[in-house]
Design a protein around this ligand. Structure first.
Ligand SMILES: Nc1ncnc2c1ncn2[C@@H]1O[C@H](COP(=O)(O)OP(=O)(O)OP(=O)(O)O)[C@@H](O)[C@H]1O
Ligand SMILES: [Mg+2]
Length: 409
């Protein structure tokens, strides 16, 4: 019998791929459930954390919970929207809105009730994208005014259905205000939601993204600080990591078991980061199935798996850095606190110990800011930096590109 054909590998490394078993996250889920029950919308949600920590798959779980609790849910992945303008932000929101409104019918009564004067003859019509756009275009004023009016109309039409509407945007750190172009899509989003929520409309924002997201919102509008409940997703603890590894194999009823030793090794080497757990388990599973078919005992070739991880996950990001940026990243990776927070001054001072042209404070500052734009590091609210990619320091250290000055060994 070919065992491999009969037992499908359950593990799913890959952005947004639902894991076979979603480990941990019960506190975060409870917090979200509480927000679904609020009497007026005082807290919107930010779901944030490092690359691959599980934001997108948890957002998917939140979506199911929201729908079960009678919320309408819409939204999208914003990763392609780097230079969004105010007008395109408005169109984006309406496009997403039409997905949940197109079954609802609008008529004169509703428009009159909210004080919207439509001169044209309007029969009862479905709230399709075309209809929303038509109404939007006929509203005078600024983009924000038009949008608020649209949301009020939609709210009036849909409010008897259930709790309210949630707009959920993944990779939301990609949208930016652009002062040089006079375009403030982030400010628009915040202004509009704050204003309609003050009026008591149950329309809520759930934004997901890298840790650069929240500071970016606060930079745009200081009141964003009070508008959001920030859920910072951490790595899984050892018990949760074990669940993520063991449960899928149990439920796949596979004849191959991961030995206690291999589970321990994966927990340790993945350091609890969900993407790495899925990646290492997938590889290990394939290898064990084959070893098993040959009648051999399971052994995790961790060095080979890490080499593959380097190629598949890290190499692309590393390739985009310039030589000088790589030197700077290598210096950071040598810091004892590289997995935690570090300061500009610490990096500049550490750089003097290596056989490279050292970096001045202002140089470090400048370069960290472009590395932040590239999504490799992020700056927290207190001006300290961290790597935005988990275990990046270990990868960089494996590249071995800088050496200590002799006498400093
Ligand atoms: N709680 C969990 N238990 C087990 N596996 C998980 C868990 N959360 C995420 N994963 C797995 O980790 C991987 C990354 O998840 P996901 O794409 O949701 O991360 P992310 O934070 O959105 O990453 P990115 O920053 O790249 O968008 C996926 O393969 C997913 O199946
Ligand atoms: Mg994601």
């Amino acid at each position: 019998m070919n065992i491999k054909e009969n037992y499908k590998n359950p593990f799913k490394p890959g952005a947004g791929h639902s894991p076979p078993y979603l480990a941990g996250r019960s506190k975060e889920t409870e917090e979200f459930l509480k927000l679904l029950q609020q009497e007026t919308i005082l807290g919107n949600v930010i779901l944030t954390g490092l690359r691959g920590v599980g934001k997108t798959v948890l957002l998917e779980k939140f979506k199911n919970l929201a729908i079960e609790n009678k919320w309408l849910w819409t939204g999208t992945d914003l990763s392609e929207s780097a230079s969004i303008s105010e007008e395109t932000m408005a169109l984006r929101l309406m496009t997403d809105l039409s997905i949940v409104t197109s079954d609802f019918v609008i008529g004169h009564q509703i428009l009159d009730k909210i004080g919207f004067n439509s001169n044209q003859e309007l029969i009862e019509e479905k709230l399709s994208y075309q209809k929303l756009l038509e109404i939007y275009n006929s509203i005078p004023g600024l983009v924000a005014d038009k949008l608020k009016m649209i949301l009020e109309i939609v709210w009036t039409v849909t409010k008897d259905y259930g709790k309210g509407i949630i707009f959920a945007y993944d990779e939301a750190q990609t949208i930016s205000d652009q002062a040089e172009k006079g375009q403030y899509p982030v400010a628009l989003l915040l202004d509009v939601f704050q204003s309609i929520q003050k009026k008591g409309l149950f329309i809520m924002l759930v934004l997901t993204g890298l840790p650069t997201l929240f500071p970016k919102l606060v930079d745009s509008r200081t009141f964003a600080e009070r508008m959001f409940r920030v859920i910072f997703l951490k790595k899984l603890d050892p018990k949760e990591s074990r669940d993520a590894i063991i449960k899928p194999i149990e439920s796949a009823k596979c004849p191959v078991k991961f030995t206690e030793e291999s589970v321990g090794l994966i927990v340790k080497e993945s350091n609890g980061y969900p993407y790495f757990i899925q990646f290492m388990c997938k590889e290990t599973y394939d290898i064990f199935i084959q070893q098993n078919a040959r009648g051999e005992q399971g052994n995790v070739p961790m060095a080979a798996i890490i080499a593959k991880l380097d190629m598949d996950f890290f190499a692309g990001r590393w390739a985009r850095a310039t030589d000088r940026q790589r030197e700077l990243l290598a210096v950071i990776a040598k810091l004892p606190n590289s997995q935690d927070e570090f300061t500009v001054a610490e990096v500049a001072s550490e750089s003097k110990q290596y056989e490279i042209d050292s970096f001045s404070n202002s140089h470090v500052n400048q370069m960290l800011s472009s590395l932040a734009n590239a999504g490799l590091v992020y700056k927290n609210r207190y001006g300290k930096y961290s790597f935005a990619v988990p275990l990046l320091d270990q990868y960089i250290n494996r590249q071995n590109i800088i050496r200590k000055k002799s006498g400093n060994e």
